[in-house]
Design a protein around this ligand. Structure first.
Ligand code: SAH
Length: 282
């Protein structure tokens, strides 16, 4: 590798081959609460890869892909802590208790969640339980689906001509229903781009609320399902037709929904098909 401007050449080694960064180790008795990103292993952070290589136990959620788990040690304990979609989770205290018990056994524990652990991922609750139990922990951010999904669909989250703010919204609360705590009028008027997680189940109700609160029915909306995986699919429609389009096209979870003028850039910036074709031809 040539370092332009640095005046010297250096042999490039990947972080796997040589420790080129001084990263903390996942130590016995510790829990790392990490995000695995939305699917593509190329989006893992170095901390996450390190933790996968060092962990004695990995406690993972439904949205963590098999490709990512392949990086765990062969003798690692892989514990599934997935929940049934949309249902209120009775298991959450069990998961936290499990993490605490594993750490107290002196294990190096990786708690792995899809996307980012602190974005609609209940990471805060688990971190609070660890703090209360006196277990040392590190938070490892991940690339959240609402960022990566848009990027992989060629939809910029912000664009100078269209929006100077963006809002993340969850389509259901802890009880599995559309959150009442959301000020829909403020959202409709103050959030030019709205990125929605867990919105498929109640998509019709959500779209209706936004339209009742003043959003135009012809505004562009995109569904990005299984973002960053081999099954990624992008369906562009309008706010008024979203529910019907989702039904007709069979848009399934997991999916990110994005509403706003930036969706119009998808047509020009849809880079993924060419990148995938190029990979196949290599
Ligand atoms: N902590 C996660 C979000 C968990 S909530 C994150 O930061 O990404 C679960 C929701 O995330 C799903 O209902 C869906 O809306 C979204 N999601 C997660 N992975 C996704 C993917 N690969 N493609 C599309 N949406 C995804």
């Amino acid at each position: 590798m040539q370092w332009i401007g640095a005046g010297s050449t250096a042999v490039y080694k990947t972080p796997m081959e040589e420790k080129i960064f001084d990263l903390q180790d996942l130590k016995p008795g510790w829990v790392w609460l990490a995000g695995a990103g939305p699917g593509d292993p190329g989006l893992l952070t170095l901390y996450c890869v390190r933790a996968l290589q060092q962990a004695d136990a990995v406690v993972y959620d439904a949205l963590v892909g098999a490709d990512v788990l392949k990086l765990a040690r062969e003798d690692c304990l892989l514990i599934y802590a997935g929940k049934r979609g949309g249902k209120p989770s009775a298991q959450q205290p069990d998961i936290s208790a499990r993490l605490i018990a594993l750490a107290r056994e002196g294990k190096r524990v990786l708690r792995l969640k899809g996307g980012d652990p602190f974005v609609f991922g209940r990471g805060g609750e688990e971190a609070l339980a660890l703090r209360e139990a006196g277990i040392p922990f590190r938070i490892v951010p991940g690339v959240t689906a609402g960022i990566a999904g848009l990027a992989y669909a060629g939809i910029p989250l912000t664009h100078r001509d269209t929006n100077h703010a963006a809002t993340f919204l969850t389509g259901h609360n802890a009880m599995g229903v559309v959150p009442d705590s959301v000020d829909w009028r403020a959202l409709a008027t103050g959030a030019p781009v709205i990125v929605m997680y867990m919105a498929m189940k109640h998509i019709e109700a959500i779209c209706n609320r936004l339209m009742r609160a003043g959003r135009r029915a012809d505004e562009k909306l995109a569904f990005i399902s299984s973002a960053t995986t081999a099954d990624q699919r992008v369906v562009v429609t309008t706010l008024g037709e979203a529910a019907e389009t989702a039904r007709r096209e069979g848009v399934g979870p997991p999916a990110i929904v994005v509403l706003g003028a930036v969706v119009g850039l998808h047509e020009d910036l849809d880079w993924l098909p060419a990148a995938l074709a190029d990979m196949e031809g290599r």
